[in-house]
Design a protein around this ligand. Sequence first.
Ligand SMILES: Cc1cc2nc3c(=O)[nH]c(=O)nc-3n(C[C@H](O)[C@H](O)[C@H](O)COP(=O)(O)O)c2cc1C
Length: 277
Amino acid sequence: MKIKQVWGVYYSATGSTEKLVKFFSTVLAACLHVPVKFRPLNSPADRQPTQSFTDSDLLVVGTPTYAGKVPNKLLPAFQSCLLGNDTPAVAMVSFGNRSYDHALAELCFVLEQNGFHTVGAAACVAQHAMAAQLAANRPTNEDLQFMGRFAEKLAGKLDAADALPPPLCVPGDANAAYYTPLDLQGRKAVFLKATPKTDVEKCTNCKICAYVCPMGSIDPNHVTNITGICIKCHACIKRCPAHAKYFDDDALLSHIAMLCANYSAAKSYETFLSNFS
Ligand SMILES: Cc1cc2nc3c(=O)[nH]c(=O)nc-3n(C[C@H](O)[C@H](O)[C@H](O)COP(=O)(O)O)c2cc1C
């Protein structure tokens, strides 16, 4: 198959998915001796244009797992911003050491629906956006080396293939329900309405929080004001240089404590390759 351009497309609130997609796409492009370009889907403006791709493009599309699936508020972007025309694609999800549940299956399904052919997929462990001690510092260099070897293998298969292989089968069910977050006592943890607070003593009004909020929900003129939906992505918290943003919602904090108590054992990366004949 003749690939002429690799694209790394990602939604990434706290940077792990971006790192993985960029690394993997870059190695893939180098192995195929073609250029690589990137398309973030992070801000509302990023998600405006619909982009069409050809059968000589190769997309690497990445998203974090939220509640065991593709983040529900980002799903429309994955459904409408990317149009394939028999375009080969690699689906990639990151997850914070609990489980990717159905996220990879859902992402593969959306890509197939949009004219892409999934030729590879990966579920990648990455530091939990809500709890730095879960999968701390992952992806590590070893994780990236593992993904680099997968990119080399996939590039070899694509180079040698005459036609697209059959669609990929990955674990999970694209139509399954979202994971229900639990608290430390094992009860349903309801924190849908939680929003980040601002420590006004620390805040320097740099407005980075407003700029990085994927929902555009922080008022740049009054950064303590949350004007829209909060998806708990932690972008504002992780990227605030003054460490002025925080959550104080009891249910959310109890859920995070539950994750730390139960999901600290290191998980492995999983990769999937189509059946190239
Ligand atoms: C709202 C939310 C829900 C999450 N749900 C899950 C989950 O169901 N399973 C899991 O293992 N990690 C979960 N995570 C962790 C993220 O998938 C993980 O930290 C991811 O790598 C973040 O990607 P990013 O740095 O590109 O934003 C969740 C994180 C957030 C913020």
